[in-house]
Design a protein around this ligand. Structure first.
Ligand SMILES: [Mg+2]
Length: 260
């Protein structure tokens, strides 16, 4: 059996390139076949919500389905034997409850946010169930500027954090991110961190690529510089190919590295 028991892959930018047809590549399809043949588990660890994650996975048309979807950078769903996506109730309920409490205690930050956004036509608020949950900017440069302001404004609220992905930003409790969701999945499955490959391309992937939750972090060639630096600092692999072909290249690198 391979030493890699769990693949935790981001989706957008990592398995599919922006402006691609959204389909799985032949190289990555072969990796999935080999991984599953040896009893491995595949989790798509994404910033998408559940509905959009399911849409993306269906369009991807991989030869095998993911076993888990980790959505919104923090929720966990597993695929039942009849193909339904079932929430990991305990983790998700605690996650929702802690975010409700956090946002209830963050009224001053949200007041600042509304007035900040009112003055900037390029920034808009995202809402879920009547609660502000994030912001969308018109450019990545504008997002960098916004993050600087947000960090100053939230400096006195240590639990208030965010996950940033291109022009999208989601507010989050500091304990919830792709890394902690992956850590919980490993705890539930009894998988050690030195049996995990994690692949990502953007800021919101950093918490699963710094070596704490996956001993084999990697990124495709199109990853942002911050991701490449984090992966290298954790002893991981930066692929020479983009997106899914890059993840396949890293899987072979770690696989060969171990068995040789
Ligand atoms: Mg991505």
């Amino acid at each position: 059996m391979s030493h890699l028991r769990l693949l935790s892959t981001d989706f957008d930018g990592t398995l599919i390139e922006h402006f691609s047809d959204g389909r799985c590549t032949a190289d990555f399809a072969e990796v999935l076949r080999q991984h599953k043949k040896h009893g491995g588990v595949w989790a798509v660890n994404t910033g998408r919500g559940l509905v959009h994650a399911i849409e993306g996975v269906e369009k991807f048309q991989a030869p095998v389905q993911p076993d888990f979807l980790l959505t919104n950078e923090r929720e966990i769903f597993h695929r039942s034997s009849d193909g339904r996506w079932v929430p990991e109730t305990g983790w998700n309920q605690t996650c929702y409850q802690r975010h409700d409490e956090l946002f209830e205690n963050s009224k001053a930050i949200f007041d600042w946010l509304r007035s900040h956004v009112d003055l900037r036509p390029g920034i808009s608020l995202a809402e879920e169930n009547g609660q502000i949950c994030g912001v969308i900017t018109s450019t990545e440069a504008e997002m960098t500027e916004f993050v600087d302001s947000l960090e100053k404004e939230s400096a006195m609220a240590p639990d208030f954090s965010y996950q940033r992905n291109t022009i999208y930003l989601r507010f989050a409790h500091r304990d919830y991110h792709k890394g902690s969701a992956l850590g919980e999945l490993c705890r539930v499955l009894g998988i050690r961190h030195d049996e995990v490959l994690a692949a990502g391309d953007h800021f919101n992937d950093l918490p699963m690529l710094d070596g704490r939750f996956a001993a084999y972090p990697c990124c495709p060639s199109n990853a942002i510089p911050e991701v490449r630096e984090t992966v290298l600092a954790a002893g991981g692999h930066v692929a020479s190919k983009p997106a899914a072909n890059g993840v396949a290249e890293s899987w072979h690198f770690f696989h060969t590295d171990h068995v040789s």
